[in-house]
Each structure stands twice: as C-alpha cells, then as structure tokens.
Design a protein around this ligand. Structure first.
Ligand code: HEC
Ligand code: HEC
Length: 406
C-alpha cells in the first residue's frame, strides 16, 4: 500500500515538474514585451461619474440623489407574493422595473409642468396619502373642467393580468395609459395645444429633463416611449404588501397550505374583522359573500375574468376595479364615484345588483341578480374587514412622494 502511494506521488511530482517547466518557458518568452509595455505608464483621466454630473443640475430642482437611488427594482416582498402573484404581473418580460427609470417616472408623476398651464400633475388626481386616489367625486383638470369618471387608486396596478387600464379597460397597458391624461383636453391639455411634440419641446427647455434623460438612458432624447416607460415603471413599483391584513396573514401563511390559508382566523383581528374576512373569503354557496372570486388576495387586484357588478340595469360596459388595497382611504367608490361609504358598497352587493348584459355570472342566480340579504352584523363586518386592507406604508412611503423642491 505504502509502495503504491509512493509510486503515485512520484509520477504526480514528475508531471508537475514538467508543467512548471513548460509554464516557465511560456512566461520567459513573453516577459520582455510585458516589461516594455508597463515601462511607460500613461496618465489615466479621472472618470466623470454621470450621477454626480447629473446631480449638479437636478439637485437645484429635486430632492434626489442620483448617486444613491431608491430601490424600486427589488423590493422585499412577503413569502406569499410567490409565483401565484407573479402569474398576474403585467410587467413586460423585456422591461422590468429599474431604479433609474422608475426614479424618472417619479419626477414625471409629480411635475405640474407636464400640464399646459403648470397647474396639474398626475399626483393632483392621484394623491399618495389616500392610496393615489382623488378625494373629489370627479377630478378637476388643468382649466377647472371635471373628468367624466372618478379617479382610480394605483397601488398593485401591476397585478392585473390583462394589463388594460381605466374603469372601462380602454387603454391596453400601463404604458398606453400614461400619455392619455397628458393629451386629454380636460386633464393636462396637450391635445389642443400642440400635442406631445409641444410637451417634449417644453421639457427640453426645463434644465433637469435633459440631464435626467441622459443619466437614465445614456442620451438626452425625450421621447413618448421613454415618458410612458418611466411612468409605467414608477407605478408598477407601487406594490402594497403591508396592510394590517398583510401583517396578520404573513403569520398564518404556510407554503402549500390548503387554499393558501386565506380563510383562517387572523391574529389581532377583532371579532367583526374576523367575521368580515370569513364572508369575503367564502363562496356564496357556502354561506359567504363571495367577494374573493373577483377581488383576489393577496394583491386584491381584480380577477382577469371578472365582468361588471350590476351597478345599473342593462349595463353593457365591462368595468374593472382597481385593487381593493387602501380602499378604506377612498371617499368615493365605483367608476362614477356614486357611493360615498363602504357601507353603501356592501348594501349594493347585498340587495342592489341590477340585471344587464355585462353582469358577471357570479353575481347572479338562475339568471337573475343574486340577493345576499346580509344581516346588519354582516354588513358592518365586511366594511371592517375592508378597512384592514389600508396600507399606510404605501400611502406614506417616501419613494413615492413628491421629489420637487417647492
Ligand atoms: C385631472 C385628473 C387626473 C390627472 C391629471 C391624471 N389622472 Fe389618472 N385617472 C384619473 C381618472 C378620472 C381616471 C379614471 C378615468 C376613466 O377610467 O375614465 C384615471 C385613471 C388612471 C389610471 C388607470 C388605473 C387602472 O387601474 O386602470 C392610471 C394608471 C392613471 N390614471 C395614471 C395617471 C398618470 C400616470 C397621470 C399623469 C401622466 C394621470 N393619471 C393623470 C384622473 C387623473
Ligand atoms: C363578479 C366580480 C365581483 C364580485 C363577486 C365582487 N366585486 Fe366588487 N367590484 C367588481 C367590479 C367589476 C367593480 C368595479 C365596478 C365599477 O366601478 O363599475 C367592483 C368594485 C368594488 C369596490 C369599489 C372599488 C373602488 O375603487 O371604487 C368595492 C369596495 C368592492 N367592489 C367590494 C366588493 C365586495 C365587498 C364584494 C363582496 C360582497 C365584491 N366586491 C364582490 C367586481 C366584483
């Protein structure tokens, strides 16, 4: 045994010696060239950090540090934001959220210069403190005219699988939506004032945009596609995962639990919140209110296959709903803002659903609108439960706040 080991060691040693010799030969032949090259060092110019360069301009107008961007691309998400949530994410596969582009989107979102008369930004009608909704039934545009619909909350907009936007789903994606309020004759006004070309010319004259576009995209070109992408990325970063419901659910969620443990008692919930949760999560055939079939936890974004909810008789338009996260911070509900309390919303589902071609089957029984006939306690409980979806982290997060020095 010893002999065999020695023998092996001997041959290895020999092989190593040969390799070392060969390597030494190779090195020997190139050594003089290397020596000559390094003998005359050229002075390296100090590289200009693009972030520092852009900061010099941008920081006169904005509270931003481009050398240390906020994290939009990779937020820490709870374990239950897993593949079931990824499946309904409308982020284009070739355009994931990045920190620089979302940061530019934040500036655009809050810039009143993007309206014709410097009065109105996206944030005028989508106010962060109330879940990016408007506290008016109809919103007021740049010249005082009112919109024809109530504004929509924006949290979790990325989790609506078809990706189309507006109550009646008329825009195909978050990108397509972004230029519409800019153009809209009553909202920000460019359609009657030279179109996007005029807006872009205006932006080129605002010192911070050429600097920002160059920092973010590598050149100063301001284009419609870049504006849309930036606004879309900023809005897709508005993820809600820190409501009281989230914090409680995080404690009971276990991967692989039946029904994802959605219909379990939640720690810290009052009896009424618990009852409301059970009603929300339980199907109508099992004594619940069946809300979960359309407003899907954990994002509470609308199920892609939902049709309308019977607000008006003979309705033909198929409406969507924004995520119910932060719905308790809203003061007007539904596409026309007809309800002013969540209680009125619950009353609608209990006994107000109207028949019509757009009405979803889930709100009908034997071809007629279903009456849930909820008790007083049940109605209070559903409202109490919806209040637990308020995410004050989202409505207070500095990453989504106004960056302008005003
Ligand atoms: C004058 C008020 C107003 C302004 C300004 C405004 N919005 Fe809106 N926004 C609304 C209203 C009202 C709706 C719903 C309109 C509809 O469906 O017909 C809406 C809907 C949306 C939606 C659709 C949400 C969904 O879930 O489908 C998005 C996204 C949005 N706005 C983003 C923006 C962006 C980005 C800007 C700035 C470029 C902006 N808004 C400017 C009032 C406004
Ligand atoms: C068939 C699918 C469906 C079911 C089931 C359903 N909803 Fe809705 N919900 C919608 C649609 C669609 C809208 C938007 C309607 C509109 O504005 O035209 C909506 C809107 C809402 C809104 C208003 C959102 C806003 O931003 O104004 C609330 C709150 C709401 N639903 C709660 C509930 C509750 C509570 C239940 C259970 C009792 C429920 N929904 C059951 C589809 C559904």
């Amino acid at each position: 045994m010893t002999i065999r080991l020695n023998g092996r060691a001997g041959s290895t040693a020999l092989a190593l010696t040969m390799m070392t010799t060969l390597a030494a030969c190779g090195e020997g032949s190139t050594a003089p060239t290397t020596a000559t090259a390094t003998a005359t060092p050229t002075p390296t110019p100090t590289p200009v950090d693009p972030a520092v360069q852009a900061n010099a301009v941008v920081q006169q107008f904005l509270r931003l540090d481009l050398a240390s961007l906020d994290n939009y691309a990779a937020p820490a998400l709870p374990a239950y934001y897993d593949n079931t949530v990824d499946d309904i994410d409308n982020t284009p596969a070739n355009d994931p959220v990045t920190d620089p582009i979302a940061t530019l989107g934040r500036v655009l979102f809050y810039d009143t210069s993007l309206s014709v008369n410097d009065t109105t930004s996206c944030a005028t009608c989508h106010q962060q403190s109330i879940g990016f909704d408007d506290d008016e039934r109809l919103s007021t545009g740049f010249q005082g005219a009112q919109t024809s619909a109530h504004a929509m909350r924006i949290g979790n907009i990325r989790y609506y699988a078809p990706g189309d936007t507006f109550w009646d789903r008329r825009a195909d994606s978050v990108e397509d939506q972004a230029t519409q309020p800019l153009l809209d004759a009553s909202e920000m006004g460019w359609s009657n004032n030279g179109g996007l070309a005029a807006l872009i010319t205006k932006m080129e004259g605002l010192e911070y945009y050429p600097a920002l576009f160059e920092f973010v995209f590598g050149d100063t070109a301001i284009t419609e596609a870049r504006i849309e992408r930036s606004l879309a990325q900023f809005q897709r970063a508005m993820i809600s995962s820190d409501s009281r419901w989230d914090r409680a659910y995080a404690q009971v969620f276990t991967i692989g639990a039946p029904g994802r443990a959605l219909n379990q008692a939640l720690p810290g919930f009052s009896a009424s919140e618990q009852q409301g949760r059970a009603l929300f999560m339980t199907g109508v055939n099992n004594g619940g209110a069946g809300c979960v079939a359309c407003h899907q936890p954990p994002t509470y974004a609308l199920n892609a296959n939902s049709r309308s909810n019977g607000l008006d008789a003979s309705e033909t338009v198929i409406f969507k709903s924004p995520s119910l996260k932060n719905v308790g911070q809203s003061t007007f509900f539904m596409h026309d803002g007809r309800f002013t309390t969540l209680r009125q919303v619950v009353d609608h589902y209990s006994d107000g659903v109207q028949a019509g071609p757009a009405l979803d089957n889930r709100l009908q029984q034997n071809g007629v609108p279903r009456q849930l006939n909820l008790s007083e306690d049940d109605r209070v409980a559903l409202v109490d439960f919806m209040e637990t979806l308020t995410d004050e982290t989202l409505s207070g997060d500095v990453r989504f706040a106004d960056p302008f020095i005003r």
